[in-house]
Design a protein around this ligand. Structure first.
Ligand code: HAM
Length: 419
C-alpha cells in the first residue's frame, strides 16, 4: 500500500521551500520594524475556546472545525485550531499579560485547520501569519496593523490587491442592524439562494458575503451597517480613514464587508485580490474589543489580522514577487583514491565550522562523476585531493567560475575561499 498525504493537506518541498523561507524572512523582518514579538501556541486547544470566541453559528466552527475526544476520564473535546486569534487571547489571559504591560504586540506564523472543499488557494491545513495588538482602543491601533499588512504585501511584491474596510459597530448597534437586515432579507427570501435563506435565521450578516449570483441584487439594496453606527463608532471609523489616508494606504469602504468570525467589533478589513479566483482574500482582520472579557479576562480592547501564507505565495508568484534564489554551494570536495576519501570529511568539517558550505560524494564514485557533481551543484570551488596532495598536506583548488586552478596548502583553504 502506498501512503499519500491527506486530501487538502500538502507537503512543501523542493524549490517551494526557498519561497516559503524567503516569505518567513520578510515576515520576521517587518515584525521587527513594527515592534511585534512572536508567540507560538499549541495546535490543539479545547473545542470550547473556539465555540465561545469564533462563534458556533459560523462556518469556521459550525461546519469546518476538526474536533475529537481525547483519552481522558471523562474525555475532553479538543479541536485542531481553525484560527489563531482565540489561542492568542487564551494565552494573554492565562499569563496575565495585562498586569505586566499596557500594550502587547504579538505575531505568529503557524498551521491552522478547516475542513473545507480544497481548491486553488483553499486547503484543509493552511498556514497563517497574523498579528494581535492588545490594549489599545483607538483607530491608531487599527491603522498600525492595517499598515503593517499593507507593507508586507508590497514588500513581497504583491501590488494587485484592494484593501476593503468597514465598521460593524458595537454589540448593540450590530444587533439593531441585524434586526433590520433580517426584516429586509425575509421580504426577499424567495429570490435568495437556499444557503442564504438558511442563513437569515442562523447568521444573517453572512448573507452579505454570498458569492451566489442569485443573491447579488438583494444584497446590493440591503440596509447599510454604516447607517446604524453610534457617534462613537462613527468617529472611530472616520479617524481610521483619516489615519490610513495620511499614511498613504489606499482603501475602499465596503459596507457589505462582514467577515466570517463572530468576535469583531467596529473595524473590519480585508486585503482582496482578483488574481486567485474565488479565494480572493489574501488576509483580513479587525477589532475585537469584547473577546478577552468574554473569555474571562479583564476587558481589553484589541485588533489584528491574519494572512493565508499559501495565498501569499500564489499571489507573489503571479507577480514575480518572491523569487527562488538557490543557495550556492561554496566548496565541493573531490577525492582521488581511498585514502583521500577518508580525509575529506575532516577537511569539510573545518570548512563548515568556518561558515562556508561544503559537500562531497557519499557513494565513492569516480573522479569524473565527482567533478560532474561539483558543476551540477554550481559550487564556487572544487577542492581536489589525491595521493600527491595527501603526502604534501596540500590540495588543488579549482575556481569553477573561472576554471583557474592552483596548488595550495591545507592551511590556506579558508583564506582562499573567503576571497
Ligand atoms: P480569516 O479571514 O478566517 O481570519 O483567515 C485569515 C486568512 O487565512 C484568510 O484571509 C485566508 O487568506 C486564509 N485562509 C483561511 N482559510 C483558509 C483555507 N482553508 N485555506 C487557505 N487559506 C485560508 C482569521 O482567521 C482571523 N483570526 C484573523 C484575525 C486576527 N482577526 C483578528 N486578528
Amino acid at each position: 500500500m502506498k501512503y499519500k498525504s491527506l486530501k487538502g493537506f500538502s507537503d512543501i518541498l523542493g524549490e517551494d521551500i526557498a519561497l516559503w523561507q524567503a516569505l518567513e524572512r520578510e515576515i520576521n523582518a517587518i515584525m521587527r520594524l513594527y515592534g511585534y514579538s512572536e508567540i507560538r501556541t499549541p495546535i490543539v486547544e479545547p473545542t470550547e475556546l473556539f465555540t465561545r470566541s469564533v462563534g458556533e453559528a459560523t462556518d469556521v466552527v459550525g461546519k469546518e472545525m476538526y474536533t475529537f475526544w481525547d483519552k481522558g476520564t471523562p474525555p475532553e473535546s479538543l479541536a485542531l485550531r481553525p484560527e489563531l486569534t482565540a489561542p492568542t487571547a487564551r494565552a494573554y489571559i492565562q499569563y496575565e499579560i495585562a498586569k505586566q504591560q499596557q500594550i502587547t504586540k504579538w505575531y505568529y506564523v503557524g498551521q491552522a485547520f478547516r475542513y473545507e472543499q480544497p481548491q486553488k488557494g483553499r486547503s484543509r491545513q493552511f498556514h497563517t501569519c497574523g498579528v494581535e495588538l492588545l490594549g489599545a482602543a483607538g483607530a491608531k491601533a487599527d491603522t498600525e496593523v492595517i499598515t503593517l499588512g499593507y507593507d508586507l504585501l508590497k514588500k513581497i511584491g504583491i501590488n494587485n490587491f484592494t484593501l476593503r474596510i468597514n465598521s460593524l459597530g458595537n454589540y448593540e448597534e450590530r444587533t439593531k442592524y441585524k434586526q433590520a437586515l433580517v426584516e429586509y432579507l425575509s421580504k426577499y427570501a424567495n429570490d435568495l439562494s437556499a444557503e442564504s435563506q438558511r442563513r437569515i435565521a442562523t447568521n444573517p450578516l453572512r448573507v452579505l458575503d454570498s458569492k451566489d449570483s442569485r443573491d447579488s441584487e438583494v444584497i446590493a439594496n440591503s440596509p447599510s451597517i454604516l447607517d446604524f453606527l453610534s457617534t462613537d463608532s462613527e468617529t472611530h471609523f472616520s479617524d481610521l480613514q483619516e489615519c490610513l489616508q495620511s499614511s498613504g494606504v489606499s482603501f475602499v469602504v465596503d459596507n457589505k464587508l462582514v467577515r466570517g468570525l463572530d468576535y469583531y467589533t467596529k473595524t473590519v478589513f480585508e486585503f482582496q485580490t482578483k488574481s486567485l479566483g474565488s479565494q480572493d482574500a489574501l488576509g483580513g482582520g479587525g477589532r475585537y474589543d469584547n473577546l478577552i472579557s468574554e473569555l474571562g479576562g479583564t476587558p481589553t480592547p484589541a485588533t489584528g489580522f491574519g494572512f493565508g501564507l499559501e495565498r501569499l505565495i500564489l499571489a507573489a508568484r503571479l507577480e514575480q514577487g518572491l523569487q527562488f534564489v538557490p543557495n550556492k554551494l561554496d566548496v565541493y570536495l573531490v577525492a582521488m583514491g581511498e585514502e583521500a576519501q577518508k580525509k575529506i570529511p575532516a577537511i569539510s568539517h573545518k570548512i563548515r565550522l568556518a561558515g562556508f558550505s561544503a559537500d562531497y560524494d557519499l557513494l565513492n564514485r569516480s573522479v569524473k562523476a565527482q567533478m560532474k557533481e561539483s558543476n551540477k551543484k554550481e559550487a564556487r570551488f572544487a577542492i581536489i585531493i589525491g595521493e600527491q596532495e595527501l603526502k604534501t598536506n596540500s590540495v588543488v583548488l579549482k575556481n569553477l567560475e573561472t576554471s583557474e586552478q592552483k596548488n595550495i596548502s591545507q592551511e590556506e583553504i579558508l583564506t582562499e575561499i573567503s576571497c
